[in-house]
Design a protein. Structure first.
Ligand code: PPS
Length: 297
């Protein structure tokens, strides 16, 4: 069956991400729950973070929220990938956006858009000049992160869990039908986006770099969005306990939710090699497509 077949099975409950919560009281969620400040209104997003799931989408959104010219939707909206939301129409979508001033851009993130069959066309139909942000990380690392999330979701709902290796290897060969593997075929998904959007409307954020040197990646995004540089190194501090950078903004410090940055299982070396070699060709084709290389295995 084609890749699309497996991706359409996305909605199975056990694979659903946990509902995301806003990390701090100074996010736009808090802002939008307030009464409408004079001179503001709700706008459909001029920029959308379309994925990828487990790429670092929440970190990217929260870090962009530092910028005074950016307001962000606090929750994942799933407008373009879930039919039951899409049929509610653009006004429904707009009403979920925070209030913004004229000099601010609205950003929402829904990681599921990247692998959705319908999202590219639907987003294009809404606004053909929208700017898209896609945050990607090493595809094998992304599979392990995806597995880890489902693992914890299942533990929390008292469902049985399987070892990573037992899902990924079936009858001695790589189980390429595993949805987490399908989601890491970046070239397959990117092809659909490029049917509707030019590369000059798309900016790819390196999720591995965002973890290590967030400022560097955010400055590139500021430039892509034609925003004045406002995000600075003092907006970040490394939290030793969490093992990740956290955010300092408006006199407050905040780290992402504990479900972000969870330890991954140690994966058998042979299995890792099988994954690396499976993705290698796809990565090469992706680099060509976007005219950009990444340090993936
Ligand atoms: N600063 C900071 N703090 C915490 N976590 C960070 C940060 N920057 C990037 N990341 C990485 O973000 C990964 C989660 O990605 P997403 O937010 O896209 O996940 S989701 O699809 O919305 O569930 C998450 O994946 P895991 O490490 O597997 O938990 C992190 O590696």
């Amino acid at each position: 069956a084609p890749v699309e077949y497996y991706l359409q099975q996305n909605a199975s409950l056990q694979e659903m991400p946990m509902p995301e919560v806003a990390v701090a009281s100074n996010t736009s969620d808090y802002y939008s729950s307030q009464s409408q400040p004079p001179g503001t209104s709700r706008h459909i997003p001029q920029t959308i973070i379309v994925g990828v799931r487990k790429g670092g989408t929440r970190a990217l959104l929260e870090m962009l929220d530092i910028h005074p010219n950016i307001v962000v939707a606090a929750t994942e909206v799933h407008f373009f990938d879930w039919d039951e939301n899409y049929i509610k129409g653009t006004e429904w979508y707009r009403n979920l956006m925070p209030f913004s001033y004229k000099n601010q851009i609205t950003i929402e993130k829904t990681p599921g858009y990247f692998t959705s069959l319908h999202a590219p066309k639907r987003i294009h139909d809404m606004n053909s000049s929208v700017k898209l942000l896609i945050i990607l990380r090493d595809p094998t690392e992304r599979v392990i992160s995806d597995y880890t999330q489902v693992y914890y979701n299942r533990l929390e709902s008292h469902k049985p869990v399987q070892r990573f290796e037992d899902i990924v290897i079936k009858n001695g060969v790589l189980n390429t039908k595993y949805k987490a593997i399908q989601r890491s075929l970046y070239d397959v998904h990117m092809e659909r986006w490029l049917k509707y959007f030019n590369m000059n409307q798309i900016h790819i954020v390196d999720g591995n770099t965002l973890i290590k040197t967030p400022l560097k990646e955010l400055q590139k995004v500021e430039r892509f969005l034609n925003l004045p540089p406002r995000i600075v190194s003092s907006n970040f501090y490394f939290n030793q306990t969490k093992g990740f950078y956290c955010i300092r903004s408006d006199g407050k410090e905040r780290c992402l939710h504990e479900s972000k940055g969870r330890p991954h299982p140690v994966v058998n070396g042979t299995v890792l090699e099988q994954l690396y070699s499976y993705f290698r060709e796809h990565n090469r084709s992706f680099y060509k497509m976007v005219n950009q290389s990444f340090n993936w295995h």
